[in-house]
Design a protein around this ligand. Structure first.
Ligand code: FES
Ligand code: FES
Length: 155
């Protein structure tokens, strides 16, 4: 049986009939063709599927979409504006915090959540906040460098 829900995604209200057993990640990717949130582990361990729901970062593979009727959702597709990368995306590129890119959308969203809550984190705070986002390529140092440079720019 399908349930009708409304999700406000990146500023657009989307009404959609969903199978109540499906995750928010399933709905974003399979029903709404928003492929930015990646399916890594599908079990809450890698952070690649992170999106921001009602201002909080969540691992969308672990959430039932049906529980978020009426929610405001920001995905990585909503970060660039007018053809310009968001400063977080730009910093990750400039600092070399992206290699294969698989983890990147999850990092972008969780870094945004961090800087919204704490615009001037210490390096230790940034590392602790991002501990749930795994990257197999970069060694993390350049990602943290990117976070700190965005924090500095906004000073
Ligand atoms: S795919 Fe959701 S945490 Fe890994
Ligand atoms: S850049 Fe490849 S997993 Fe992070």
């Amino acid at each position: 049986m399908k349930t009708l829900i409304t999700l406000n995604i990146n500023g657009d209200a989307r009404e959609i009939y969903i199978d109540a057993r499906r995750s928010l990640l399933d709905i974003l990717r399979d029903e709404l063709a928003l492929m930015g949130a990646h399916r890594g582990c599908d079990s809450g361990d890698c952070g690649a599927c992170t999106v921001i729901v009602n201002g909080q970062p969540v691992t969308s593979c672990m959430m039932l979409a049906a529980d978020w009727n009426g929610a405001e959702i920001l995905t990585v597709e909503g970060m660039a504006k007018d053809g310009q990368l968001h400063p977080i995306q730009r910093a990750l590129v400039e600092k070399g915090g992206i290699q294969c890119g698989f983890c990147t959308p999850g990092f972008v969203m969780n870094i945004k959540a961090l800087l919204d809550e704490n615009p001037k984190p210490t390096e230790a705070e940034a590392r602790a906040w991002l501990a749930g986002n795994l990257c197999r390529c970069t060694g993390y140092a350049k990602i943290i460098e990117a976070v700190m440079s965005v924090a500095e720019e906004s000073a």
